[in-house]
Structures are given as structure tokens and as C-alpha cells.
Design a binder for this molecule. Sequence first.
Ligand SMILES: [Zn+2]
Length: 298
Amino acid sequence: MTEYTLPDPVVQTEGARELARDLVVIPNRGVQLVPNIGVIGGTHSVLVVETGMGPGNAGTVLKFAADYAGGRTLYLTTTHFHPEHAFGAQAFTGAAAFLVNKAQAEDLATKGPGYLGMFRGLGEPVARQLEGVELAIPDIVYDTSYDLDLGGRVVRLRATGRAHSKGDQVVTVPDAEVMFTGDLAETGQFAIFPWFPPHDTDVSGIRWIEVIRRLAAAGPRVVVPGHGDIGGPRLLADVRDYLQLLRDETWVRRDSAMSEETIVEEVRALMIERHPEWAGREWIDKGVGCLCSEHAAV
Ligand SMILES: [Zn+2]
């Protein structure tokens, strides 16, 4: 998938930042394959959002969260099953109840092993972090909606339906107006389309647009993306506008029966012109491929 060796995806808790009362984010510092990680407290419980990649990183996160919790009950949730978000959950066994939506639990069980193999091929540092990974079985599985009472603070867990993956989940803290989007939104990079036919074709550009429109309309004050800097409502609007433009520019060419190769070339050039500062240009091609396939389905 990549020709170069990715940097070691190490979670560093030193830069943890308080976004609101009793709500901390361990930022990814722009390191690829490190997610933004949330720690959200109430009077009797604390929820951790994302594990980091592999048991070593997750152990670091657990230590930080346990210190932070100071005896409060720990919960863990993940926004989706991808390795840097969920492949550390085993480290929390016995220390925290692992809580996810049903579609995500199914993704982890059915697609986890394939992703483990794929990510081990991304270079030595990534393979090392994935050593000893055993895919955890969630303790609590909900269908589409779960309100977790942390004591004086209720956190909303909502399955969005298929978008970036089949099992995406968004975590919202209403009293602080903070939303954790996972990879439904990123700062400073093109939307990640894990479009790998024939192995993985779960990502849906059409559904993603619907989901991001809903999230943008909810108007959170603070948005914690899967990767990149913490932002505000503008971040969701930027992702929405990008996905809509990607769809429109792809489909208008598809209508003219242009070859997919030419569509990819033209749309990629347009999107780079629009967002020259964004990273992850390879994801434009994947997005166009996904939307080409969805055009046929309309
Ligand atoms: Zn992802």
C-alpha cells in the first residue's frame, strides 16, 4: 500500500490537553496511525475513547486513564474497528468494560484478522506495535444508540450506519458540546477511503455524505477528529464540502462514460488544486473508485 516505512505509531500522553471540565484528549501530534484519544470523566466513571495501535500503546493509554480516573470505574469504547483505533482493547481486559455498537463488534470479529495481516505489511515499526495482538471481544454490545451515565454526565454513543466503515460510531459529550468522530472526519488530510476491492468495499461515499451532513447539522462546539488537530464546526463542514465535491466531480465524468483511469487523474488534480495543503493524496484515488462503483448503483 505504501512504498516507504511509516513512523513508529507511538501514543505519547505527555501532550494530553483538557478540552472541558474532566474531559481530556491525548492528541496524535500529527503522527500517522496514531489516533486522537479521549478520556471523559463523571463522578463515578471514566470513558476512554480509542486504544492506540497494539497492546503496548493501549497499556500506555490505560495507565494514563487509570491515574486520571483515581479509582473511578473505567469504560472503553472505540469509534471503529481499524487497528490504530481498536487493536489494543485486550490491554483493558479486567480493568475496563469494553462497549461498542453491534456493527462495529461484527467488523472487529470478521474483518479484524485480515486487517491485522494487511497492517503488518506496512513496515517494521507498525508490525512491532501489532505483535501479540489478540482481537478483544466486547463486554457490552448495543444496537444503534447507548447513553452511558458516568455520574453527573451522560455520554451519547451512536452508531452512524455504514460510512468510513460498516460499524462507525460517534461519541458525543452534550454538556461540553464535544464530538469524537473517529475517521468520519480528519483535519488537514483527504478523507480516508479504505476502498480495497475485492477485499474490502464497505466504505460508502454516498452514505458518508449523509452522515457528515447530520453531524455538521448537530453543530458541536469542539470536534475531535480521528487524526489531526482538534477543531470546531468548520471541520465537519470542510469534510462535507469535500465529499460532496468529490462525488459531483466524479459522477459528472462518469455520466460522460469517461474511463475510470481518466476520471481518477482529472479529479485528483482538481482536489489537490482545491486543497494543496492536505496530506494523504492517495486517498483521493480510492474515493473516486468508491464513488464510481456507487454511481452504477444509483
Ligand atoms: Zn479508519
